[in-house]
Design a protein around this ligand. Structure first.
Ligand code: GLV
Ligand code: MN
Ligand code: MN
Ligand code: MN
Length: 421
């Protein structure tokens, strides 16, 4: 069984834990920021460094690396010729001024877990049913190219490949151009998945508060974004009469407040919302802004709450437009339904945690993950390790080495079970 180990293999596992930590902290040097974070947005040179590292590590350890047309990287270990693959992984890209753990932990843990699965297979002499591959999904974060969770959503058939290749960043560079610029415009057929497992930091404080080692995700929150384009009129900040101004930023500021205040219509913490991205044009001290583009993010466990908040905001934005005699375009996008993960996978994680002698708790994910996209295509298992203070998408994001090692053990157990079918 995956939980038992001989003295020899447990000392091998210990050295491998140390190697895992060394590699994890090495990858955190790619795009390292001044305050212990990383800035490794999709398809930047820093993202390329982390991708090149993964390719080198995987090839050096006997994996075959494939890159598909949207830049997803798969490190494949064939254990049974022609069988489908258990996919395990996460993403190496980060938010701007992001943390070291969100995503990268799951990819690097998956590399070590896959290697251990291979060693276990060789030691046991038993023939597994499926192959295993580690995946680094393209653009989970969506900070540079929207929407987020892009590579896994293309793989899962939720997003159209050509549409995503045409998506542009704020500079007008397309995904296709950016992939080619760093040499990750792949042509390989991705491995066919039979199941998916991912480990990630919690990004909340439930595990920390309850002193629990592992979280297993039962369901994901309902989420949606609003793409808001406020179109005013550019003029001189000094020379234009106040009555003649159509200031896109004043109207935009009222929208930001409306998005923040809409949560007050619901129970405490039932709805969360923010305007994350906000771009002002032309952004000069002496020019009344002609345009503000912003993206609001609305999330709740209850789909009806998000829908009600969305309706309220559409109405409030219409009246702000009227009040300022300004055009405001609002589009709903990146709507993700509430999704349940299969009970068999939840129980698999619970069994793996018991094998490792650890504690586990079921929970919901408020953050979006590649597993949410993958769960549309194959049964997915999503697991969390504790986040100190529950913070993420910032440099202060932190998880202890000890918790990362525990999660690696659990992921190895789960992957072993999945490979044995
Ligand atoms: C991306 O990180 C998300 O949580 O949606
Ligand atoms: Mn993530
Ligand atoms: Mn993230
Ligand atoms: Mn995420």
């Amino acid at each position: 069984s995956p939980g038992t180990s001989t003295a020899a293999s447990s000392s091998a596992a210990a050295s491998s834990d140390a190697a895992f930590l060394t590699d994890f902290h090495h990858v955190a040097t790619f795009g390292a920021t001044d305050n212990d974070g990383v800035d490794r947005q999709a398809l930047t040179l820093e993202d390329k460094q982390s991708r090149d590292w993964m390719r080198g590590w995987a090839e050096g350890n006997g994996f075959e690396v494939r890159v598909d047309a949207i830049g997803n990287m798969f490190a494949c270990l064939e254990l049974v010729p022609d069988a489908p693959y258990v996919l395990i992984g996460s993403h190496l890209d980060s938010q701007p001024l992001g943390g070291r753990f969100d995503g990268a932990y799951g990819v690097i843990a998956a590399l070590f877990a896959a290697l251990r699965v291979k060693e276990n297979v060789a030691e046991s002499g038993q023939k597994p049913r499926f192959n295993i591959a580690v995946v680094n999904w393209f653009n989970e974060e969506g900070g540079r190219f929207a929407p987020s969770i892009m590579g896994s959503s293309v793989y899962a058939g939720l997003f159209d490949l050509d549409e995503m290749l045409a998506v542009q960043d704020l500079e007008g560079t397309s995904v296709a151009e950016a992939l080619a610029a760093i040499g990750y415009n792949g042509t390989d057929a991705p491995p066919e998945a039979i199941s998916y497992a991912e480990i990630h930091i919690e990004q909340g404080r439930i595990l920390e508060r309850e002193a629990t080692n592992i979280g297993v995700v039962e369901s994901s929150w309902y989420t949606q974004k609003l793409d808001i384009d406020v179109l005013g009129e550019q003029s001189h900040t000094g020379a234009t009469a106040m009555a003649d101004r159509h200031d896109a930023l004043v109207a935009g500021a009222k929208i930001v407040l409306a998005v923040a205040d809409v949560v007050n219509e619901f129970a405490d913490e039932a709805l969360v919302s923010s305007v994350g991205q906000h771009v002002v044009e032309p952004n000069s001290p002496i020019v009344v802004p002609r345009r503000v583009h912003m993206v609001a993010d609305l999330r709740s466990s209850d789909p009806d709450i998000v829908k009600a908040a969305r309706d309220t905001l559409h109405q409030q934005i219409a009246s702000i437009a009227l009040e300022h005699d300004i055009t405001i375009k609002v589009e709903d996008f990146d709507v993700r339904g509430k999704l349940y993960f299969p009970e068999t996978g939840v129980e698999l994680a619970e069994k793996a945690v018991a094998n490792e002698g650890l504690s586990i708790r079921r929970l919901e994910t408020m953050a979006g993950h590649d597993s949410v996209a993958m769960n549309h295509r194959v049964p997915a298992v999503m697991m969390f390790v504790p986040s100190v203070d529950g913070v993420s998408h910032c440099e202060r994001e932190f998880t202890t080495d000890e918790d990362m090692i525990r999660g690696l053990g659990v992921l190895t157990n789960v992957a072993t079970e999945l490979v044995n079918g």
